[in-house]
Design a protein around this ligand. Structure first.
Ligand code: ADP
Ligand code: MG
Length: 225
């Protein structure tokens, strides 16, 4: 199944002097594929991701998941969100945070599954801890588990490693790509980091509201004598 953005335009501000954020953006992402969006701060990456996830309406154009309008779907059932500031609820434990999407969706609180995923990100021993007692990297790992708990087919991540140091961001990156590969989910993420962007199946830069595919340097060729 695929997420499709069709001719999406988005403006902010008054009609007489609009801030033009997205101009005729079209993009299709299939399950198991990862797409990176790079671009200067303020270029519209968050706006694009929020529209892709149905958190924000485009001014014109549409967003479809499996040929259905995303705005009309029960979001969390197919989609997981990872935010830059990870947005864990401070008053809830790590485990309660991870189970929150299931609670909101009215699904069974599958604690065994939560513990299994927390073990994958090496946080099982911290499941009863409050988020304020975790490091930034640990919080982001918990946020990844929370995004994956409802077994989404698609994950949207807005600068998921933006607030992390080099080593922790490598760790979070491995996890994100690894879990997505194993669970065959589609992934779209925004980043400032060219190195992470290179790891995606496809990379796009967002400039003056338009999306351009960034061609990757060719893989080194192996010659056989
Ligand atoms: N709700 C809003 N109202 C008005 N302007 C907005 C709003 N949200 C974002 N913008 C503007 O749209 C542009 C793109 O913002 P954003 O998508 O957050 O960029 P990025 O994530 O690439 O930093 C910026 O100029 C920002 O100020
Ligand atoms: Mg942003």
């Amino acid at each position: 199944m695929a997420l499709k953005l069709w001719n999406v335009f988005k403006f902010f501000g008054p009609a007489v002097m609009p801030i033009v954020v997205l101009v005729d953006v079209s993009l299709e992402i299939v399950q198991g594929e990862s797409v990176a969006i790079v671009g200067a701060s303020g270029c519209g990456k968050t706006t694009l991701l929020n529209i892709a996830g149905g958190l924000l309406q485009p001014d014109t154009g549409k967003v479809l998941w499996d040929e259905q309008l995303v705005g009309k779907l029960k979001r969390g059932s197919f989609l997981g969100f990872i935010f830059q500031s990870c947005a864990l609820v401070n008053e809830l434990t790590v485990l309660e945070n991870v189970l929150l999407p299931l609670r909101i969706l009215g699904l069974k609180l599958d604690k065994a599954r939560a513990k299994e995923l927390l073990a994958v990100v090496r946080l099982e021993h911290r499941m009863h801890a409050m988020p304020s007692t975790l490091s930034g990297g640990e919080r982001q790992r918990a946020a990844i588990v929370r995004a994956l708990i409802s077994s989404p087919q698609f994950v949207i991540a807005d600068e998921p490693t933006g607030n992390l140091d080099e080593r922790t961001s490598l760790e979070v990156e491995e996890l994100m790509f690894g879990l997505c590969r194993e669970m065959k989910v589609g992934l779209i993420f925004a980043t400032h980091d060219q190195r992470i962007a290179q790891r995606a199946s496809r990379t796009f830069s967002l400039t003056a509201g338009r999306l351009h595919e960034v061609k990757k340097p060719l893989e080194p060729t192996t010659f056989f004598a």
